[in-house]
Design a protein around this ligand. Structure first.
Ligand SMILES: Cc1cc2nc3c(=O)[nH]c(=O)nc-3n(C[C@H](O)[C@H](O)[C@H](O)COP(=O)(O)O)c2cc1C
Length: 230
């Protein structure tokens, strides 16, 4: 039985990795990570999601297509993004401030000035280069189960990310990888009922300073809906 302190240490040591070594991930490790993802609970055990793995030439081809699309749309409002799942932009009040703190933390760590649009664009582009990771994963949710498709997918992703962490592998879940679904769907056999949600980069983390930056862990008190007595 896993010691509770070991579990907490593992859970808290998982951090998004945004710079990877080119070192390959073994098929055995990749299989184990995905199998561990399947340990997550799921609505009526329907597992209303699919995933696709890109490595080698296919990974490079997808990355090149995503980067080209981003660059072609650099001056277009919304950068030509057409995700299957949309959300409010700008983010709603109360959430935008948290998101802005992440952006500031990342750009400050990289020494990128707020006004330096070129460097910010270049870092955005790194998302489509999978931050150098050798493995890119793409995730799809069945439209028919509504929010449970994306919810169950998220549970799968977290279980897989913790498994990766336990193997010394870094991960970064990436909403950016859901922005140009036609490019991703052209590479895999994705049934029409499945919509692209997001992706994930996976590999071994480098010692780049961006990997030392830690997003704040918000206090539980900001999340609790319980009424306060005092
Ligand atoms: C669904 C989802 C999408 C995300 N999309 C991106 C992304 O596109 N690019 C990125 O750099 N980080 C992305 N992240 C990582 C978050 O910024 C990160 O999880 C958050 O700041 C907390 O930091 P931590 O993962 O290091 O604990 C995403 C995370 C999730 C769960």
């Amino acid at each position: 039985m896993l010691n509770k302190d070991d579990f907490s240490a593992l859970a808290h040591s998982r951090r998004s990795t945004r710079d990877f070594l080119p070192d390959l991930v073994s098929d055995a490790d990749l299989d184990d990570v995905l199998e561990d993802g399947m340990s997550a609970p799921s609505w009526s055990n329907t597992r209303p999601f699919m995933f696709a793995i890109a490595t080698g030439d296919q990974r490079d081809r997808i990355s090149a297509a995503l980067v080209a699309r981003l660059q072609e749309n650099a001056e277009v409002p919304g950068m030509g993004m057409n995700p299957d799942y949309t959300h409010e932009t700008p983010y709603p009040p109360g959430l935008i401030e948290r998101s802005q703190r992440v952006g500031k933390g990342i750009y400050d760590t990289l020494g990128i000035d707020r006004a330096d649009k070129e460097s910010r664009f270049r870092f955005m582009q790194r998302n489509y280069e999978f931050f150098g990771a050798p493995v890119a994963l793409f995730f799809f949710a069945h439209r028919g189960l509504g929010h449970f498709g994306t919810l169950d997918l998220g549970l799968f992703m977290e279980a897989a990310m913790l498994s990766a962490e336990a193997r010394g592998l870094g991960t970064c879940a990436q909403g950016y990888l859901g922005n140009y679904p036609d490019i991703i769907k052209a590479e895999f056999e994705v049934p029409d009922e499945y919509a692209l949600v997001c992706g994930m980069s996976l590999g071994y983390h480098s010692d780049h300073p961006i990997n030392s930056w830690e997003a704040e862990r918000l206090p539980l008190s900001e999340m609790t809906a319980n009424l306060r007595v005092n």
